[in-house]
Write a protein that binds this ligand. Structure first.
Ligand code: NAD
Length: 403
């Protein structure tokens, strides 16, 4: 299981598959000479990523992360393996864990691994507040041009939450805005942070949102902005969204100012379908949305680019509960289901989601954030058992049909 002496380069479930490299290239969203080149091109890439049939064993970078990261990514790996998703994991450290061991939060081995696999399942990484190194998440999204952060947020029966039947998707641009990291001190006591919005990135994310809506049976896209104040930057974002919207007559398009949108989200979240946001608003609003469906332990995420994808829960390292084996594993496992879909394992992803739904509905094995008293391990095992029950149910149906 551990192949080298270095703790930063472990490989589990080793494969010697000669098709590996070729598959890795295929499994990444095909690079486009012109990423803005028409709705059809992005649509095809998006569909291609979701309709693949798995052939050889793909290699995927696994970043356990900091805080609760190793606990919840470990749960996701167990569930993926039990669901029959065959992956060769290349385990890499990053963040505070890597800084402590290797003196850098972004080791070269991690970057090289991602360059090779172009796909990762990642735990949360610690970033100090107001000081310290730059966010590694921001670095990875920028370096690998993972411009679309997708956060599907839905209610599950059995979870006590302010609303039922919430089913919305946050699409967040994730390469620019105030996250561009351009900050400087003009003079002591005066600092500036630069908000960067470009037509290219705004158009690209709008297309992603509409393509996602069109191919996932979504009815509307709402662009959320503050263009009444930031007339140039948010104004440009809106102009681009409007220009893209005219090509998607089958998807309703509207706009809301971010503060009013927050109020509407906490009073009538069912009025929303796909939310299209810049980077900062998207980050904030997606945590708000998580609160509507039971908290941060419930919402998965994916970062898609033209050449790859990183899958990770919305939540952070949860330092208050780290190491206690009580973190809710659902968000990480659902992120694993998104990864499974990306690799072509659609049925496995459905089985994982069904098993999670069954465990939540039964309500016997829930972590403390869901008002239960189960550990992360117990809840993960309940999900594994529920998947086995689905399998047994299937097999017995087959026996009856053929017998
Ligand atoms: P957080 O998401 O870590 O925690 C907020 C609250 O939600 C805490 O009370 C925590 O216990 C709870 N929570 C989070 N995940 C949970 C889970 N799976 N089960 C049960 N409860 C859960 O946010 P924070 O405290 O603002 O950030 C902590 C650290 O995480 C910071 O260093 C921040 O930069 C980092 N962070 C990383 C990512 C990422 O890597 N993608 C995302 C967000 C925050």
């Amino acid at each position: 299981m551990l192949l080298t002496s270095s703790s930063v380069w472990w490989i589990i479930s080793v494969t010697t598959d000669p098709e590996q490299t070729a598959l890795n290239r295929r499994q990444s969203m095909a690079p486009s000479k012109n990423p803005e080149s028409g709705n059809g091109a992005l649509g095809q890439r998006y569909r291609a990523a979701n309709d693949r049939t798995p052939q050889a064993v793909p290699r995927v970078t696994l970043v356990p992360g900091d805080g609760v990261g190793p606990e919840v990514t470990g749960a996701a790996v167990r569930v993926l393996e039990a669901a029959g998703v065959r992956i060769t994991w290349d385990i890499q450290e990053a963040g505070a864990a890597a800084l402590k061991k290797l003196g850098t939060p972004i080791p070269d081995a991690l970057v090289n691994s991602l360059r090779c696999t172009r796909t990762a399942l990642k735990g949360p990484l610690e970033t100090e507040v107001g000081q310290g190194y730059r966010s590694i998440n921001v670095y990875l999204r920028k370096t690998f041009n993972l411009y679309a952060n997708l956060r599907p947020t839905r209610s599950f029966e059995g979870v006590h939450a302010p609303f039922r039947n919430v089913d919305l998707v946050v699409v967040r641009e994730s390469t620019e805005d105030l996250y561009a990291g351009i900050e400087h001190q003009v003079t002591p006591g005066v600092v500036e942070s630069v908000k960067v919005i470009t037509a290219r990135a705004s158009t690209r994310i709008a297309r992603f949102a509409f393509e996602y809506a069109r191919h996932n049976g979504r009815k509307s896209v709402t662009a959320i902005h503050k263009a009444n104040i930031m007339k140039l930057s948010d104004g440009l974002f809106l102009k681009c969204a409007r220009r893209v919207a005219v090509n998607y007559k089958d998807v309703h398009y509207d706009e809301q100012i971010v503060d009013a949108a927050c109020m509407r989200l906490v009073t009538n979240p069912r009025a929303f379908d796909v939310l299209l946001l810049e980077n900062l608003y998207g980050d904030i609003v997606s945590d708000l949305c998580a609160g509507l469906v039971g908290g941060l332990g419930m919402v998965p995420g994916a970062n898609y680019g033209e050449k790859g994808a990183i899958f990770e829960a919305v939540h952070g390292t949860a330092p208050d509960i780290a190491g206690k084996n009580i973190a809710n594993p659902v968000a990480a496992i659902l992120s694993g289901a998104l990864l499974a879909e990306y690799l072509g394992y659609k049925d496995a992803a459905s089985r994982i989601r069904k098993a999670i739904g069954d465990v939540l509905r039964a309500g016997h094995t829930l972590t403390p954030d869901l008002s239960g008293n189960a550990t992360t391990t117990e809840m993960t095992e309940a999900i594994l058992n529920a998947m086995t029950a689905v399998e047994v149910g299937r097999n017995s149906r087959v026996e009856r049909t053929t017998g």
